[in-house]
Design a protein around this ligand. Structure first.
Ligand code: FAD
Length: 405
């Protein structure tokens, strides 16, 4: 076959199919997804959906009829179990084969399991899929004391929703502060105080020793220091593992993600990999990185679609991300991890400010809280130049408008 097959009907897979048609590709196009639903947005699962403000239809990225109209053959609820590279075909769990001229792997990631004693009973909730969200919504309705393990984006978004629903929430984190890998100290301190104002408690540098149960289910979380936190619902948000096994078993190069070059091609020229499952060279991080964001999934999809339609270009999109926690919207432009200097502009007390991050005097990006215009401008600035320095920002009084030109 000379057609294109996409494995994974998530954000990246669907966008590839849509962009291919937009780019004028009119060949055979097959999108294979393991989940029992049309492609949907994950971000609202830990936000509006859990609060009951959006229903399942509202989560759909595109309705089924739209896929049909574009001539996208969507195979729903089907897992690809093997890639036959020599035969240029993928095999589904039921034995069906789909031949490809080019294969796009967009298999995403899955939750990192919690491996402490008591967790094997399967009562610890996780959140990745619509199915997880349905189950969590039910459990939330019936619980009073919630322990969230992990103070990353998803854990904190969940904590904010649960607090808003009137639940008592305790967040347990192994690191010294919340969102430690992702945001600056000032930003983390601000979010901690917001969560505390909603009644949420935190334990940092806390190791979970066991999940405790009685005959009716979960009763608490035991920490290594001996404390037991009462809980009738325990949710773990301790990161994800990229879905690379399919690629690895087919002999593709893999290392914390399916390895791709700047064109998002794997070690097999007839196979691309994109989104949460792919480790790519990124000029903003200055090395190989695996990003977990809607921006990265969608922009990598567009890059691959353009190449397959005859317009090859390397992946150069400006990274951006957001996280909504209660009334506070965090937005990030650029990759600020590893910064050694930061400058805060605006008023922390008003909950509206931006933090400009630098490394060795070089501008990395901006974290904004409730300042969407700063995020938009910072993205424009980063798209125009990678070479701005602290001196450039000082010269204009950190005025992004001036720098955006
Ligand atoms: P996925 O969306 O995970 O899609 C991969 C799909 O492939 C899945 O449906 C999976 O079932 C399928 N699949 C896997 N293996 C196979 C196989 N062998 N055969 C067939 N199908 C297969 N990002 C942001 O930028 N902002 C946010 O606020 C934000 N909030 C989030 C909140 C939650 C609760 C979650 C879970 C994620 C959030 N993200 C957010 C991250 C964002 O959703 C992901 O980065 C994005 O979905 C990645 O898209 P993807 O297509 O690479 O992977």
């Amino acid at each position: 076959s000379s057609g294109i097959v996409i494995v994974g009907g998530g954000q990246a897979g669907l966008q590839t199919a849509i962009s291919l048609r937009e780019e004028g590709y009119d060949g055979q196009l097959t999108l294979i997804g393991a989940e029992q639903s049309v492609p949907y947005q994950r971000p609202p699962l830990s936000k509006a959906f859990l609060l009951g403000a959006v229903d399942e239809t509202g989560l759909q990225l595109r309705p089924q009829a739209f896929l049909e109209k574009l001539g996208i053959d969507f195979v729903q609820g089907a897992e690809v179990v093997a890639i036959d590279r020599a035969g240029h075909a993928v095999r589904l769990a039921d034995g069906t084969r789909h031949g490809y001229g080019h294969l796009v792997i967009a298999t995403g990631a899955r939750n990192r399991p919690l491996t402490v004693a008591g967790a094997e009973r399967g009562e610890v909730a996780h959140l990745r899929s619509i199915e997880d969200a349905r189950a969590l919504q039910k459990k939330l309705a019936d619980s009073a004391d919630i322990v969230v393990i992990g103070a990353g984006f998803i854990g904190l978004e969940l904590a904010a929703v649960a607090a808003k629903l009137g639940r008592r929430v305790h967040v347990v984190e192994a690191g010294p502060r919340l969102m430690a890998r992702a945001v600056s100290r000032d930003c983390a301190a601000f979010f901690q105080s917001r969560h505390e104002s909603w009644g949420t408690d935190f334990s940092f540098q806390a190791e979970v020793a066991a999940i405790e149960h009685d005959a009716d289910g979960v009763t608490g979380v035991r920490l290594a220091d001996g404390r037991v936190l009462k809980a009738d619902l325990v949710v773990a948000g301790i990161g994800v593992l990229p879905n690379v096994e399919l690629a690895a078993e087919a002999g593709l190069a893999v290392d914390n993600g399916i390895l791709v070059d700047e064109h998002l091609v794997t070690s097999d020229p007839d196979i691309s990999a994109i989104g949460d499952c792919a480790a790519h060279p990124n000029s903003f991080s200055g090395g190989l990185i695996r990003l977990e964001s809607v921006q990265n999934a969608a922009d990598q999809a567009r890059t691959v679609a353009a190449r397959l339609a005859g317009r090859p270009a390397s992946y150069q999109a400006v990274p951006w991300f957001w996280s909504d926690q209660g009334d506070s919207k965090l937005q990030m432009a650029g990759l600020t991890a590893g910064h050694d200097h930061s400058v805060l502009q605006g008023e922390v007390a008003d909950g509206r400010f931006s933090i400009f991050c630098f490394k060795d005097g070089r501008f990395l990006g901006v974290e904004s809280v409730n300042k969407p215009a700063d995020n938009m401008l910072a993205r424009r600035v980063l798209a125009a130049s990678r070479a701005l320095t602290l001196a450039d920002f000082e010269a204009c009084g950190f005025d992004l408008k001036t720098l955006a030109g």
